[in-house]
Design a protein around this ligand. Structure first.
Ligand code: ATP
Ligand code: MG
Length: 580
């Protein structure tokens, strides 16, 4: 490709709406352009990168025994009703109607469609196991699309689905996919950590996420991990607690004035006590129902865990107005900061569910809200002044320094970008959709399913997060849009142009994807663009060509060397062949 003909516009400045480096660099280097919120054009350079990521995925999935197909992007409501997700999926599902008024949705994932395909075609145990996958655009009306390709509304995903006759078969395939994923990300130049996670809207019990570990803001997930190999997403991380003082000094229960203590901080300051003596009471709205969460006040509620504890699909914290209203309809005159579990029974036609975190169970003589403004109960105890809720479970966010549930050492925390995940679905879809096969005894059984996703566009963006410097992108050779750029310093100089062109032709002949920067621009401009775009190798033909030498640079090492043109070409050709 000649640079003069290449469709690429690099920008001088970073886009003003970009927060993370991959978004900034991909826009500035001319890879993507925003069309609408969370929706991007993949320009030619980006499309080359995407195709490379896709091909690595294809090769490894095929090698692992999976078969590729392609399902429609638009899906009918009926199948989603069969699985029960039409109602359950929430705001991310983009629903639409066709001209006949039939309801459809844009595919955010394809469990329903693939299960229907299997149900039609896989009737006997003899046809199983099967793993089917596709690579396709998905649409999710994300609440907060951001970070460019890392969290778009339209994005490309590889999704695979396995069908087995039993749990044992599923576990084998799960491991097979785990290994394929490890190879895929490694070949994309990414180091990943497999972490335990919550299964979310997809469902099922066991699941792991493949995380690219990063210290950047782009890592949306907190990953808790330990030297012993334990690693989990914050929505799933279990921790044991270090000892804390949880017995208050007040021997008798009493109500005391605590004016204007709307926050835990204000309350601890006012009472001169540590937060570990306070039962914090938070109000959430899960789907539409009110939920009170009780937790020791030094700890934070993990919303996904709380949502799972009450079996919902959407969670948010209640507003101060709603909290007041809840107290009012239950006969109290209180304010945010003073709510407590006693006597809070219903709201908006729903019974109020109360969930306690394990941290409150052993507290004694504690402080708690009693639904009255400017006072708190102190010296309270479970079973006396206040009942311990019937649901006591882990709804807390783990913290660095908490104790590892496996080996007992302190947990560490880091940030991660989830590039893929694998789920053991079991019969979550096959049962309600009546997707069955005949087993060896002629008995009909639901398939035992797994599903396996990779964010293709997110993986490409994660590679930029992992590999860049202040000058631009440093693509791993395996997914770079082009392998090398050849730059004649002066296009007017006949010798320079001839040698540059010769090297370019040699590279092409040997299967190297090369670019000749034949633009009539200053060398400095060409160098800047080369660094920004991130070509793995740069061969510059300048004045030293009169001594028979060109300048060779690897984007990774940034080292410059003056070598013969043939040598430079040879290094690139060898590297590219090794990569393939
Ligand atoms: P997240 O927790 O980041 O929203 P998810 O759990 O919803 O991800 P899955 O439904 O399992 O993700 O989708 C499979 C893969 O698709 C994810 O591992 C991720 O790499 C990618 N992906 C999911 N949502 C997006 C998005 N909005 N933009 C880009 N890639 C995405
Ligand atoms: Mg999601």
């Amino acid at each position: 490709m000649k640079m003069s003909k290449m469709f690429v516009q690099t920008l001088r400045e970073f886009p003003s709406d970009a927060e993370v480096i991959s978004h900034k660099l991909l826009v500035r280097a001319g890879y993507i352009r925003k069309l609408s919120m969370g929706i991007y054009n993949y320009l030619p350079l980006m499309w080359r990168v995407i195709k490379k990521v896709e091909n690595i995925i294809r090769e490894e999935m095929d090698k692992a025994g999976a078969q590729e197909l392609l399902m429609p992007f638009v899906q009918p409501k009926e199948l989603w009703e069969e699985s029960g997700r039409w109602g359950a999926y929430g705001g991310e599902l983009m629903r639409l109607k066709d001209r006949h008024g039939r309801e459809m949705c844009l595919g955010p994932t394809h469990e329903e469609i693939i299960t229907a395909i299997a149900r039609d075609g896989l009737k006997s145990y003899k046809q199983l196991p099967v793993n089917l996958y596709q690579i396709q655009s998905k649409f999710r009306d994300e609440r907060r699309p951001r970070f460019g390709l890392l969290r778009g509304r339209e994005f490309i995903m590889k999704d695979a689905y396995s069908f087995d006759i039993n749990q044992e078969g599923l576990e084998k395939e799960y491991k097979n996919m785990w290994e394929a994923y490890t190879r895929i990300f490694k070949r994309c130049g990414l180091e990943t950590k497999a972490v335990q996670s919550d299964s979310g809207a997809i469902g099922g019990s066991v699941s792991h996420e493949f995380m690219v570990i990063t210290d950047q803001d782009s890592g949306e997930n907190d990953v808790f991990y330990c030297d012993c190999d334990y690693a989990a997403n914050s929505n799933h991380a279990v921790s044991k607690l270090p000892e804390a003082k949880i017995v208050g000094e007040w021997k008798e229960a009493q109500i005391i004035d605590t004016p204007n203590t709307h926050s835990i901080e204000e309350l601890t300051k006012f009472l001169h006590i540590p937060a570990t003596l306070i039962v914090k009471c938070l109000v959430y709205i899960v789907d539409k129902a009110p939920v009170l969460a009780l937790i020791r006040a030094d700890r934070t509620v993990e919303e996904t865990k709380l949502m799972n504890a009450v079996g919902g699909t959407d969670i948010r914290i209640a507003t101060a107005g709603e909290i007041e209203e809840i107290m009012k309809v239950n006969g109290f005159d209180g304010e945010k900061g003073f709510i407590g579990p006693n006597g809070i029974k219903e709201y908006n036609g729903y019974k109020v569910q109360i969930v306690a975190d394990e941290t409150v169970k052993d507290m004694k003589n504690f402080v708690i809200g009693i639904n009255k403004k400017d006072v708190h109960g102190i010296g309270y105890n479970w079973g006396k002044e206040v009942e311990l809720p019937s649901v006591v479970t882990d709804i807390r966010l783990a913290e660095a320094g908490d104790i590892c549930p496996v080996c007992g050492k302190p947990l560490k925390v880091t940030r991660g970008i989830e590039v893929g995940n694998i789920f053991q679905l079991g019969t979550k879809y096959s049962k309600p959709m009546n997707a069955v096969f005949l087993d060896q005894n002629g008995k009909s059984q639901p398939y035992v399913m797994g599903c396996y996703g990779i964010g293709v566009t997110r993986t490409a963006a994660a590679a930029v997060e992992a590999h860049h410097d202040e000058h631009g992108i440093i693509w791993p050779l395996s997914i770079a849009p082009y392998h090398a750029v050849v730059i004649p310093v002066s296009t007017k100089d006949e010798l320079q142009m001839k040698v540059a062109n010769d090297i370019y032709q040699t590279l092409l002949k040997h299967g190297v994807e090369a670019v000749l920067d034949d633009r009539d621009e200053r060398a400095g401009v060409k160098f800047k663009d080369a660094d920004l775009i991130g070509f793995p190798y740069r061969i510059t033909v300048g004045k030293t060509i009169t001594d028979g030498l060109v300048e060779f640079k690897s984007r990774q090492s940034e080292e410059l060397s003056n070598i013969k043109p043939e040598e430079a070409a040879e290094i690139v050709i060898t590297a590219v062949h090794q990569e393939k």
